[in-house]
Design a protein around this ligand. Structure first.
Ligand code: XMP
Length: 517
């Protein structure tokens, strides 16, 4: 196994991800917890020192235990990790903007060119230079004994340094991020140098995660708000495998779900997978409170509040629940860290159960906290969830409420459900479902005049939406063919009473958002 000592960089998890992609097992531990005893117990085969926001020139700033440099293990220092390594081994680091007080670090693209042959760089400099993502804060000003330079960039004379005798490597940039496009190669070389076989798999992750959940939960009971989305589904399946009947799921049905959705989700988890699932059918409550409400934020607030009330009501009936399971993913963790207290504006108040654990005095179990979405999907496959389930498009917590601009009524929801089902059926039939991040119908709050047969119609218009995206933060509309759009419009108008006009939304995000509200 490989030990990553975390000095607090926002991208430390990306190092872990790169290593998982190489089928190498690693553990991230915050530097405060890493004592020499800890390292001896863990007996890692190699160590990576992550980046971090502090300055090694600041008294009291984080350090690695000195003893790790005497273990004969390969060590890779990244950014702050490079500076820690240099300073602890007798080199020097010059304070930059951050340690000068108040300034912020600069991040940006740079190009590294070779300055010698190094095993860590095997196959990396194919084109003579490599783009990297650099952090110019402090920088190394004098190398420690035994180190030499193997790569430089215009602003970083010590971009890549190493002590080849001891297999210590130190880089100023972040090889783990997207903007160091071929950075994975450095990790590949590092784990090869350290002698990893690369035989660790998602199956092994599953076993480890199950053991962790058992240790954490013991014989206590766990409750989980199951939405039917990929994250909560995988979390529930994993926890169920770990603690069986100690897990009870509550599926809150707010009456704003898609056609047949409640039956499908409850059926799959309860009947096929033997989970204990409570179907909280509270459509009357939600739709009652939403009656006459058309402001998007008010809708979201009402749904968020009722969701918590309802979940709490059902959870109170479950004996001795001490844990709340959540399908929090790593990107959620980064977002909440980087944006909490920040100056960012609330565009939409997202619906989640964030406030629940404190309110109910519950402890959290979040077994997916270290994973990215595609890894969660891989874990879901590993757990035997059907492929159709794992590949499902995201569906927002407030459900169809935010796809029904203006007042929400039962007849409008019914029309929306039918139109949405036809649209998704079309997308599946044309084999486009997996190319699209998200597709849905919004029913518009206008009625328009049409002619069907010999008669006049006066029915609702709807908008089709389909976008491509990698993370939902930005998106572009999907370029359907005119034939597809025409065929789909005809089907919806013919098959769904109540709709006589179909439009296609070609707005990207930004400036639009994916949902209509
Ligand atoms: P927007 O509309 O903000 O949506 O571009 C981005 C992504 O987030 C989903 N979304 C939500 N998901 N609770 C959720 O769980 C919400 O309140 C919520 N609002 C939007 C949306 O479907 C898209 O995938």
């Amino acid at each position: 196994r490989l030990l990553i000592i975390d000095f607090g960089s926002q991208v430390t998890q990306l190092i872990a991800r790169r290593l998982r992609e190489l089928n190498v097992y690693c553990e991230i531990h915050p530097y405060q917890n890493v004592t020499m005893d800890f390292v001896t117990d863990m007996a890692p085969r190699a160590i990576i020192l992550s980046g971090g926001p502090d300055s090694v020139t600041r008294p009291g700033s984080p350090r690695a235990p000195d003893g790790i440099f005497d273990l004969g293990l390969p060590i890779l220092g990244i950014c702050y990790g490079q500076q820690v390594m240099m300073q602890q081994l007798g080199g020097e680091v010059l304070g930059g903007k951050i340690s000068g007080g108040g300034g912020t670090a600069e991040f940006g693209r740079a190009f590294v060119t070779p300055a010698g042959t190094l095993d860590l760089l095997d196959g990396w400099f194919d084109t003579g230079r490599e783009q990297v993502w650099m952090s110019h804060g402090d920088h190394v000003s004098k190398l420690a004994d035994g180190f030499a330079v193997y790569g430089t960039s215009p602003n970083a004379p010590y971009a890549v340094t190493a002590d080849t005798a001891r297999h210590f490597y130190a880089v100023q940039f972040h090889p783990e991020v997207h903007h160091t496009p071929r950075g994975a190669k450095l990790y590949e070389n590092f784990v090869r140098i350290a002698g990893f076989k690369g035989d660790w798999t998602m199956g092994a992750y599953r076993e480890e995660a199950i053991q962790k959940i058992r240790d954490e939960v013991g014989d206590k009971n766990v409750i989980c708000a199951l939405s039917g989305g990929v994250d909560s589904s995988v979390a529930a399946a994993l926890i169920h495998e770990a603690v069986g009947d100690q897990l009870t799921c509550v599926f809150v049905d707010h009456g704003l779900l898609r056609k047949d959705e409640a039956a499908e989700v409850v059926g799959m988890f309860r009947d096929n997978m033997n989970l204990s699932v409570i179907h909280a059918d509270e459509a009357d409550l939600f739709l009652g409170e939403l009656d006459g409400v058309s402001d998007p934020e008010t809708k979201r607030k009402i749904i968020g509040r009722l969701f918590i009330d309802v979940f709490q009501k059902y959870a109170d009936q479950i004996e001795g629940a001490e844990f709340l399971a959540q399908g929090t993913l790593y990107p959620d963790v980064i977002e909440s860290v980087s944006f909490s207290g920040g100056p960012s504006v609330t565009i939409k108040s997202h619906h989640n159960v964030g406030g629940l654990p404190e309110k109910m005095g519950l402890k959290l179990v979040e077994p997916l906290r270290e994973l990215f979405k595609d890894e969660v999907r891989a874990l879901g496959r590993e757990l035997g969830l059907p492929a159709s389930f794992i590949g499902r498009h995201p569906f927002p917590g407030p459900g169809l409420a935010i796809r029904c601009p203006g007042e929400i009524t039962r007849p409008k929801l019914e029309i929306l459900r039918e139109a949405d089902a036809v649209y998704i059926d079309q997308i599946r039939k044309h084999g486009l479902y997996d190319d699209i991040w998200q597709a849905f119908v919004a029913i518009l709050p206008v009625r328009t005049v049409g002619v069907m047969g010999d008669g006049r119609t006066y029915d609702y218009a709807c908008a089709l939406r389909a976008v491509t995206s990698v993370d939902g933060m930005t998106a572009d509309y999907y370029p359907f063919t005119h034939e597809f759009l025409g065929e789909t419009a005809t089907r919806i108008i013919n098959e769904v009473p109540g709709i006589n006009r179909v439009t296609y939304d070609i707005t990207s995000k930004p400036p639009g958002t994916i949902e209509w509200e």
